[in-house]
Design a protein around this ligand. Structure first.
Ligand code: NAP
Length: 227
């Protein structure tokens, strides 16, 4: 039975990924900030661990707890979107929420990779998939706004490219994935697709990836996205 580790699995896309991998009989290691406040995750059949991805000490402790285990697929899913709408418009954007977006969306995926590289290396075809966003695509940007979130996803794209170069010799396939515009707390009710559609597509892309795909940016439907 292959094993997947998913961060930020309390709700939204992360929780649906947990459900689908469990339904497919995968061993699922799911992390979330507060397991006691995540009853859906607790009932999913996943092995649940508390992890705030910005907490270095907690990350190191989980690394020690999981040492020696094989992880076939690691999904950096945890993410935040501070200062949506007018709050994030040009004028007087506060710095601290921006820093928090960088800590969560940019730095944490790299630290998660550093923590679990030994687990990934034990797999036959390890995949390190990080949920980015088309909103981080510089080529796709055509209107102002959301600079806090956008810049964090642009930043994580370089993190993923960097990881792909760092980890190529170790055989780890590193992917930047856009999940679509998804009906979650983050995506809102007007989003275009459900978590089921997004997770199904993301899983297909991950399952079909080879070393030829490492360092690429792809949508949940497999389409390449310009950086
Ligand atoms: N929804 C969309 O349309 C969309 C589009 C493009 C990209 N994405 C990306 O897809 C990923 C999942 O988004 P979503 O739509 O499922 O969002 P969501 O419903 O808001 O869920 C976000 C998840 O991330 C977790 N999280 C946030 N900060 C964390 C931290 N410091 N440590 C650990 N977990 C943390 C949250 O945990 P708590 O429950 O503890 O807050 C929650 O489980 C994100 O990376 C997001 O940027 C989403």
């Amino acid at each position: 039975m292959p094993t997947v580790l998913i961060t930020g699995a309390s709700r939204g896309i992360g929780l649906e990924l947990v459900r689908q991998y469990r339904a497919d009989d995968w061993e699922v290691i799911a992390t979330c900030r507060d397991p006691d406040a995540a009853p859906d995750l607790q009932g999913s059949g996943a092995e649940v661990h508390a992890l705030d991805v910005t907490d270095d000490a907690a990350l190191a402790a989980l690394g020690r707890t999981l040492a020696g285990r094989t992880i076939d697929v690691l999904i950096n899913n945890a993410g935040i979107y501070p200062l949506k709408g007018p709050q994030g418009a040009f004028g007087d954007i506060p710095v601290e929420p921006w820093m928090e977006a960088l800590r969560t969306n940019v730095i944490a995926p790299w630290k998660v990779a550093e923590t679990f590289i030994g687990n990934l290396e034990k797999a036959q075809r390890p995949v390190l998939a990080t949920i980015s966003s088309k909103m981080g695509s510089i080529a796709d940007a055509s209107s102002p706004g959301s600079v806090v979130y956008r810049s964090s996803k642009t930043g994580v794209n370089m993190v993923i490219k960097g990881l792909s170069l760092e980890l190529e010799a170790r055989g780890v396939i590193c992917l930047a994935l856009h999940p679509g515009w998804v009906k979650t707390d983050m995506g809102g009710p007007n989003a275009l697709i459900t978590t089921q559609q997004s997770a199904t597509g993301l899983r297909e892309v991950i399952a079909g990836a080879s070393m030829a795909d490492t360092g690429t940016f792809r949508s949940y439907d497999g389409a390449p996205i310009p950086w």
